[in-house]
Ligand binder design. Structure first.
Ligand SMILES: [Zn+2]
Ligand SMILES: [Zn+2]
Length: 313
């Protein structure tokens, strides 16, 4: 099967009514990134090329096994079977391709918050499709008044930009810098000859004119959680990012990865977030409230509970 065929968007699969989420609509990179041409390759194709260094679990291979019927990809397994395989590949074998598909499977408006931990799992291992999905689906331009995520956009954006110059035009962290500028994030006051805005000491990204504006941002706009998650990433991911990625490419787990998963809250037990894990009741919650972080910087929804880690080699 050619690359183009593989990349073709799968048909949308309707969310069925049982508790198993829909298995996978499309690859995350395609869902997020416009397939505009850069030379001969689209961004989605570039991502597939960069991420092809990661090993594919047997489960992933089985779940994506398809034949072309009338020009459409027809999977040999049904959605529930594919979902189970992706989950197994992701949780038992650390398969980043499976994580990417897990995330993509939840990318509909009512369950999107459940996609976040899977893209984050892939992103911390250095899977660029997952990184671009984090940026595009959760952090970029989701900075609605109460849900700032500009610092996380900046963190992952920088990593994506450094990965491949072909991705830079799609990320362009400088745009962010320009967008934020020297302006109070709450009331838009700027520096004057006699007055200088203060920066957040945690992230050095946002500026404030006063303690009052900082408090509003910290509490009402959840910068507390965002800023803390950024610091977790800077302390527990940044120094080890290359080593974690290299290990994942070898099919190993770097010791720093498990600590990072714990610090980010990805390994929290399911009971912790049960009430927002059920997509049936999604109408009772706004998934966007769970895109960024809790007050302590940990994720709202986990991915692989710590008990599952025991069975991993
Ligand atoms: Zn202000
Ligand atoms: Zn901050």
């Amino acid at each position: 099967m050619g690359r183009k065929q593989k990349l073709r968007q799968e048909r949308k699969i309707k969310n069925n009514k049982n508790s198993t989420p829909p298995a996978v609509v499309t690859t995350a990179s395609e869902a997020t990134v416009e397939a505009t041409s850069e030379g001969t390759l689209s961004i989605a194709e570039i991502l597939v090329e960069i991420d092809s260094v990661f090993p594919k679990s047997d489960e992933y291979v089985q779940a994506t096994d398809a034949q072309i019927i009338n020009g459409n990809e027809d999977y040999k397994l049904d959605n529930n079977e594919r979902y189970a395989l992706f989950k197994q590949g992701a949780t038992e074998h650390g398969c980043v391709h499976s994580m990417n598909f897990m995330g993509a499977g939840y990318l509909n408006p009512t369950s999107k918050h459940l996609a976040h931990p899977w893209f984050l799992e892939g992103a911390i291992r250095g899977h660029y499709g997952c990184i671009m999905s984090l940026i595009g689906e959760f952090y970029l331009d989701h900075a609605e008044p109460n849900r700032n995520a500009d610092t996380l956009y900046g963190y992952w954006g920088k990593i994506a930009t450094n990965a491949d110059t072909r991705l830079s035009p799609k990320v362009a962290p400088n745009v962010l810098k320009h967008r934020l500028g020297r302006i109070c994030i709450i009331c838009s006051k700027t520096d004057t000859k006699t007055f200088t805005l203060k920066q957040c000491e945690g992230c050095s990204v946002y500026c404030y004119c006063s303690e009052g504006c900082q408090t509003i941002h910290w509490k009402d706009h959840n910068h507390r959680g965002e800023c803390k998650q950024l610091r977790i990433l800077i302390k527990y991911h940044k120094p080890y990012a290359k080593a974690i990625r290299d290990a994942a490419i070898r099919g190993d787990i770097h010791p720093a990865l498990e600590k990072l998963q714990y610090k980010l809250g990805l390994t929290r037990p399911l009971e912790d977030y049960q009430e927002i894990d059920n997509t049936y009741d999604a109408k009772l919650i706004n998934p966007k409230d769970y895109f960024v972080a809790r007050d302590d910087g940990t994720v709202w929804v986990g991915s692989i509970p710590s008990t599952a880690c025991v069975s991993r080699k």
